[in-house]
Design a protein around this ligand. Structure first.
Ligand code: TXA
Ligand code: MG
Length: 353
C-alpha cells in the first residue's frame, strides 16, 4: 500500500497532521478523510489536475461531477454564481451538515471538477477533521466518496485502504463515520428546487424551511427518465454478489429465504442475508448479518455499507436483504439498497415452510 494511514483525533485533529495533509492537497496530491456521512477522497477543487487524478484513482467516469467542500459560508460565493434565498436559508440551518446544494458555477471552478457541467455542487461537512483539512488545503476540497467507482461508500478508513490504498498519498483515519449514507443533494439551478439524492436531511425537513421541494422523478423509478445527478445513473453502492430485496411480513420473508438459502448451499454456494435484530434469529441457513434494531434507523443507515462489504469478503454467492422503510431515513436507505440491487426485489406473502 502506498498511502500513509494516519490515525487522527476525530474531535480535535492534531495540527501537525492536518498541516501535512494540507500540504499534500496544495501540492496536487490526494488525501482521504472522514466526514459525518462517509469517507471522502479529497483533492484541491480549484486545480484541474487534482480532479483528473481523483477520477483516475476511483476509476470513475469523468462526466460524473465532484462535490466541492468548503469550511466557511463566505467561500460559497467564490464558487457559486447565484445563490437563491432558499439555499442560503438552508445553508444557515443545516451547514455544517449532510446537505449538498447545486448552483450555477463561476469561473473559479474548473470543468474537470464539475464533469463538464455549468453547475457546481457545494457542501460544508460537519466533521472537525474535514473542516480542518479544507482550511489547511486553502478552502476548496473536491471530494467524492472514497470508494472505487461502483462499490459501497466507505464508512471506515479500512474500507478506503481496501479500495484506494495504492492510488493516493494519505488516509486520515478518524474512526467510524456518524451517518453512513451520503449527503442529501438539492439542485438550486431549478425552481422549485429538486432533491437529486435523498439523505439524512429529509424532504420534510427541507420543505418545512423553504416550502415546495420536488423529488427527482428519475430517482427510484427506472423508466421515468434518467436521474438528474449523473452519479445516480450508474449501478452503485453495490457488493460483488447479486443482491435481491425481499419485501413482506417478517415470518413469510424468513420462511422464503430459509428455503432459498438452503437451496443455495445445496448447490455449493452460500447466501448472505441482511436482516435486523428483530428477525436475525429466524434465519437458519447462510451468512446472516443484522444492521441493528428496526427501532434505530440511524443504526441501520450507519451499518448498511459495511455489511455489504463484509458479504464481499466472506465471498457469498448471492445476497438477500429485508427492506427498511423506516420513517425518516427510509427513503435514503431504500434508495441505496434498490440501486445496489439493480432494482431487483420480490414481494412474498403468506409463505410458510
Ligand atoms: O456525503 C457526501 O456527499 C460524500 C462526502 C464525501 O461528502 N460525497 C459524495 O460524493 O457522496 P460523490 O461524488 O460520491 O457523489 C456526488 C453526487 C454524484 O451522484 C454526482 O453525480 C452528483 O453528486 N453531482 C455532483 N455535482 C453535480 C452537479 N453539478 N449536478 C448534478 N449532480 C451533481
Ligand atoms: Mg459516491
Amino acid at each position: 500500500m502506498k498511502a500513509e494511514m494516519i490515525k487522527v483525533d476525530p474531535a480535535n485533529p492534531q495540527r501537525e497532521i492536518m498541516e501535512k495533509a494540507g500540504r499534500i492537497l496544495r501540492g496536487g496530491g490526494l488525501v482521504a478523510f472522514p466526514t459525518e456521512t462517509v469517507y471522502g477522497l479529497g483533492g484541491d477543487g480549484l486545480r484541474p489536475e487534482s480532479s483528473s487524478r481523483i477520477y483516475r484513482a476511483k476509476g470513475r467516469p469523468s462526466d460524473n461531477p465532484l462535490i466541492v467542500h468548503i469550511a466557511r459560508l463566505e467561500d460559497l460565493f467564490k464558487v457559486a454564481a447565484q445563490t437563491p434565498d432558499g439555499a442560503l436559508r438552508l445553508a444557515r440551518e443545516f451547514w455544517p451538515g449532510p446537505l449538498t446544494m447545486i448552483f450555477p458555477k463561476n469561473r473559479a471552478v474548473p470543468y474537470e471538477t464539475t464533469g463538464g457541467l455549468e453547475s457546481v455542487a457545494v457542501r460544508m461537512p460537519n466533521h472537525p477533521v474535514a473542516l480542518s483539512l479544507i482550511q489547511a488545503a486553502g478552502g476548496f476540497v473536491a471530494a467524492p466518496s472514497a470508494n472505487r467507482s461502483g462499490r459501497p461508500s466507505p464508512t471506515l478508513a479500512a474500507h478506503v485502504a481496501e479500495d484506494l490504498g495504492d492510488e493516493i498519498e494519505m488516509i486520515l483515519d478518524g474512526g467510524m463515520v456518524g451517518i453512513g449514507l451520503e449527503s442529501t443533494i438539492v439542485d438550486f439551478t431549478e425552481s422549485p428546487p429538486v432533491i437529486l439524492r435523498p439523505g439524512f436531511i429529509s424532504r420534510e425537513m427541507l420543505a418545512s424551511r423553504i416550502g415546495q421541494v420536488e423529488l427527482d422523478p428519475g430517482l427510484d423509478r427506472p423508466g421515468s427518465g434518467p436521474p438528474k445527478a449523473p452519479g445516480m445513473r450508474y449501478r452503485h453502492y453495490a457488493p460483488q454478489a447479486p443482491l435481491t430485496i425481499v419485501e413482506g411480513e417478517a415470518g413469510s420473508v424468513a420462511a422464503y429465504l430459509n428455503r432459498l438459502a438452503q437451496e443455495e448451499s445445496q448447490a455449493g454456494g452460500q447466501a448472505g442475508i441482511l436482516a435486523c435484530d428483530e428477525t436475525a434469529g429466524l434465519y437458519r441457513y447462510g451468512v446472516v448479518k443484522s444492521v441493528g434494531s428496526r427501532r434505530s434507523e440511524e443504526d441501520i443507515a450507519r451499518r448498511l455499507y459495511q455489511a455489504l462489504r463484509e458479504f464481499d469478503r466472506e465471498r457469498v454467492s448471492c445476497i438477500y436483504s429485508e427492506s427498511f422503510h423506516t420513517p425518516r431515513m427510509g427513503q435514503a436507505i431504500m434508495n441505496r439498497l434498490l440501486k445496489a440491487a439493480g432494482y431487483q426485489s420480490v414481494l412474498v406473502s403468506d409463505y410458510k415452510d
